[in-house]
Structure formats: structure tokens, C-alpha cells
Ligand binder design. Structure first.
Ligand code: COA
Length: 142
């Protein structure tokens, strides 16, 4: 297994993985814009050259500078082997001088909630995904 920084040309396989594992999807143009941006931190997980997982985070500059993990997904057969944790930790160390990182998660997504809690993320706000409940989680980095 390999992990490397995402290239813009990876968007197609990231999109495929995203649509297979998550119901929150993005347009082709959004992937291209985000992956082209210098304010993005993104990695792909590869099995003999095939993308089997990804993480995308963006740097937000508001009153403070913070990171927002907008998507994380790994094909089922590659889960529970520590890759989700590794991708999260890579993004955390790749985004420099940020005050905190946030992400959104569904209340019923137990594997993701377990991963984020394990890494120290804490709920700061309840949100709605249509009819489902969710949370914004946050982890302070400095
Ligand atoms: C969430 C997801 C990325 C986790 O990836 P993963 O590679 O399986 O996670 P890891 O193997 O690194 O797990 C790290 C820790 O998270 C927790 N965890 C992960 N999956 C879990 C599960 N199914 N049940 C319980 N705890 C789990 C455990 O604490 C685990 O540590 P352990 O293996 O030492 O017990 C993966 O399940 C996935 O792609 N899900 C579908 C897409 C998704 O939900 N993305 C997140 C949207 S917010």
C-alpha cells in the first residue's frame, strides 16, 4: 500500500470512491477547483497504483485560520487496517499553523465517529443532514 499527495488528475478515481462510500458528493468542477488550490491538503491511498481511499481538507481563512476536512473515504475491503487514521494524521500535520480542524459527521456513522473520537475530535454543534442528525466536530491543533 502507498500514500501520496493527491494530483488533480486523481479527481476521477476520488469521485468514484466518494460516490461508492458516501452520499455527500461533489461536482467534477468542484474536485478540480479544490485539488488545484494551494489551500488544499489531500492524500490518496493506493493499492498497486489503484486509488482505494482519499482525504481532502481545505484551509479556511476567516477570523482565524483553520482546516476543514471535507471528505474522507476508503473502500470497504481496505477499512479497519489503520488507513483512515493515517490519512487523518497526514492532513493534520500537513496543514501548518492552523488553530483547529473541523469536520461534519452523521450521528449514525459509528465507524467515522469512533475514528474521530479516537483522534481527539469533540462535538461542538449539532447539525442536520436532511432528515438525519449530525455533528460538527473540532480538534484544536495549537
Ligand atoms: C470512516 C472510515 C474512513 C474509517 O477508516 P478506517 O481505515 O476503517 O479506520 P481505521 O482502521 O484507521 O480506524 C482507526 C480507529 O477508528 C475506530 N474505528 C474505525 N472503524 C471502526 C468501526 N467500524 N467500528 C468501531 N471503531 C472503528 C477505531 O477506534 C479504530 O482503531 P482500532 O482499529 O485500533 O480499534 C471508513 O470507515 C470509511 O471510509 N467509511 C465510509 C466513508 C465515511 O463514512 N467517511 C467519513 C464521513 S464523515
Amino acid at each position: 500500500m502507498d500514500i501520496r499527495h493527491t494530483e488533480v488528475s486523481d479527481w476521477f478515481h476520488i469521485n468514484k470512491c466518494n460516490r461508492t462510500v458516501l452520499s455527500e458528493n461533489y461536482k467534477e468542477s468542484t474536485y478540480k477547483d479544490v485539488l488545484n488550490s494551494p489551500h488544499t491538503s489531500s492524500f490518496v491511498l493506493l493499492d498497486t497504483g489503484r486509488i482505494v481511499g482519499y482525504i481532502i481538507a481545505i484551509l479556511q481563512r476567516e477570523a482565524v485560520v483553520y482546516g476543514h476536512i471535507i471528505s474522507l473515504g476508503i473502500y470497504k475491503e481496505y477499512r479497519k487496517q489503520g488507513y483512515g487514521r493515517i490519512l487523518m494524521e497526514l492532513v493534520e500535520s500537513d496543514m501548518h499553523k492552523i488553530k483547529y480542524i473541523i469536520l461534519h459527521v452523521r450521528k449514525l456513522n459509528k465507524p467515522a465517529l469512533a475514528l474521530y473520537t479516537y483522534l481527539g475530535y469533540k462535538g461542538v454543534k449539532k447539525i442536520k443532514y436532511g432528515n438525519s442528525d449530525g455533528y460538527i466536530l473540532q480538534k484544536y491543533m495549537i
